[in-house]
Design a binder for this molecule. Structure first.
Ligand code: NAD
Length: 252
């Protein structure tokens, strides 16, 4: 993982941190000397990820939490735990997300709403509750995980691209609003990354998409983690409101 000296001792929250892109992001921040609150949806998966990290380095400063991101009370309790342990929050990575491939004809409103709730509402809630702490310090960085489908859409599962277009919109809107408070807000738009989420998609779909990638390979979670670390670090101190494609040139 690349080294960004400005990340040393920073306090970072990473949602969806227990596997895939989020897990590599947590690792990357820890390898850069940051203190990390790793969020997951279940105690079991959080504990498993913590054990993996501790195997790598027993003294990593990492706290595992599993708040229900739909509950303001639980998110606030998590923030209390993070500030009690680490003092503050400097960086928020909104990475938790679910994909979807449902045909329009098979959707019902609840299903559509469930995708929006995790991919958009939870992102807004976490951001809203963290931004105040960043404003007090006059400095903060928020990085949201979007997707190439936020630029390109996809052939089914319209809730997913709809939610990721919203992620880009929220990132740009809040970049404008929060710039005066010293808070930068950016998004990364991963291409096809070899994680559990992609492995669950139809294999023919994956093969067809991979064949069109100019760099001729699927992305690795580390590719995305590195872009997130860059945008969170002072190396990107004049970048806000950007949606950075990290997709091997697929969307361009
Ligand atoms: P993943 O399925 O491996 O991990 C998703 C993470 O989100 C997990 O840690 C999970 O605990 C968390 N999560 C899911 N639902 C949750 C809920 N209800 N409450 C709390 N946490 C929840 O996925 P990934 O591929 O690493 O995806 C991470 C992000 O990257 C997502 O936002 C996804 O949309 C985006 N993305 C992934 C790809 C890809 O190719 N894998 C491409 C573009 C964008």
């Amino acid at each position: 993982m690349n080294q960004y000296p400005s990340l040393q001792d920073k306090v970072v929250i990473v949602s969806g941190g227990t596997r895939g892109i989020g897990y590599e992001t947590v690792r990357g921040f820890l390898q850069n000397g940051a203190k990390v609150a790793m969020l997951g949806s279940r105690q079991e998966t959080v504990n498993k990820a913590l054990a993996r990290l501790r195997e790598e380095n027993a003294s990593y400063p990492v706290l595992g939490c599993y708040p229900d991101l739909q509950s303001e009370t639980e998110v606030k309790e998590m923030l209390d735990a993070v500030t009690t342990q680490f003092g503050t929050v400097d960086i928020l990575v909104n990475n938790a997300g679910v994909s979807d491939a449902t045909s329009l004809y098979d959707y019902d409103d609840q299903h559509f709403s469930d995708v929006m709730k995790i991919n958009v509402d939870a992102m807004f809630r976490l951001t809203r509750l963290c931004a105040g702490m960043m404003k007090e310090k006059g400095k903060g960085a928020i990085v949201n995980t979007s997707s190439m489908v936020s630029l390109y859409a996809q052939r089914s599962g319209s809730a997913y691209p709809t939610s990721k277009f919203a992620v880009n919109g929220m990132s740009k809107a809040l970049a404008r609003e929060l710039g005066k408070d010293g808070i930068r807000v950016n998004a990364v738009a991963p291409g096809i990354i070899g994680t559990d989420m992609v492995k669950a998609l139809d294999e023919n779909l994956i093969t067809a998409m991979a064949a069109n990638i100019p760099l001729q390979r699927l992305g690795k979670p580390e590719d995305i983690a590195d872009a997130i670390l860059f945008l969170a670090s002072d190396a990107a101190s004049y970048i806000t409101g950007a949606v950075l494609s990290v997709d091997g040139g697929f969307v361009g």
